[in-house]
Design a protein around this ligand. Structure first.
Ligand code: AKG
Length: 270
């Protein structure tokens, strides 16, 4: 992607564009890595401003808390808080700043290290601004994102950009390091493919959890098989994060599935 001087500054083009050996080793071992301050503060602030404006309308398409049916979510759209936005969907189509981030050289080179030389961003999965409202927010139980996705290989990487502070109290992501390598039996999961927390064996696993605490501009890369969860927001401020998912160009979504419902965008065309 060739960028003019303004864009180079916007995307902090002086920042290092590749993972170092220890970050790569961490991703292989733990299934995630956090790059601190990858996105300049001004850019994260601009994204946050746009996201808050879209939230205030709200600009469709969105997913409401009631749609999630997660623990703590309002029972229906018409229940109190039912129309609290949980996700501003289709981030890629919302604004140039979100499109530029999706294909930014700051992540493209890193994703090539993880996925291979030709990488595509999915418009069918994540591709959203996650919002977590202080008044009404639900709990996301332990799951792997790949459970509902359909690709030739379970090799996808999500990129989670914090647009503000993320910590336990406002419902940051909780991760089980190394769980992307685990073979989990079907009876360890419930009918909706969430980890059954009442099982001793799963409890042992949950003791290994870490909180992915971040500041605005920090970026978490995580494997689609990594178990993760998040609590609700117990602070006074809305939490906002931009999330995209990537796969190798030769790892196709299976025809006719939700994963193939929208065209992928190649990073190499930029
Ligand atoms: O912020 C959250 O509640 C977690 C969302 C999540 O894990 C997901 O959408 O896969």
């Amino acid at each position: 992607m060739r960028l003019n001087a303004g864009l180079r500054q916007l995307w902090g083009m002086t920042a290092k564009k590749a993972f170092n050996d220890s970050e790569l080793a961490q991703f292989t071992r733990d299934g995630y890595v956090i790059v601190r301050g990858l996105v300049p503060a001004a850019t994260a602030a601009r994204m946050r401003e746009i996201a808050l404006a879209h939230l205030a309308e709200p600009r469709l398409p969105v997913e409401y808390e009631a749609d999630t049916q997660y623990p703590g979510a309002p029972a229906s759209l018409d229940a109190p808080g039912g129309r609290t936005v949980r996700r501003l969907l289709q981030a890629y189509a919302r604004d140039a700043v979100f499109r530029e981030w999706a294909v930014s050289p700051l992540i493209a080179a890193r994703l090539s290290q993880l996925l291979g030389p030709r990488v595509e961003v999915s418009q069918a999965h994540h591709n959203c601004i996650m919002t977590k409202d202080p008044a009404y927010s639900s709990i996301t139980s332990w799951h792997r994102d790949i459970r509902y996705w359909s690709f030739e290989k379970p090799e996808l990487v999500s990129v989670w950009l914090a647009l503000g502070e993320e910590h336990y109290k406002n419902g940051c992501l909780l991760l089980l390091p190394g769980s992307h390598r685990l073979e989990v039996r079907s009876d360890q999961l419930d009918a909706a493919q969430f980890l059954r927390t009442e099982l001793d064996e799963n409890r042992g696993l949950l003791r290994t959890q870490i909180a992915a605490e971040m500041y605005a501009g920090d970026v978490l890369f995580f494997h689609c098989r990594l178990f993760h969860a998040a609590s609700h927001n117990q602070t006074a401020d809305t939490k906002l994060s931009v999330v995209y998912t990537y796969h190798a160009a030769d790892n196709h979504p299976l025809p006719g599935t939700r994963s193939a419902a929208r065209p992928d965008v190649s990073l190499s065309q930029y």
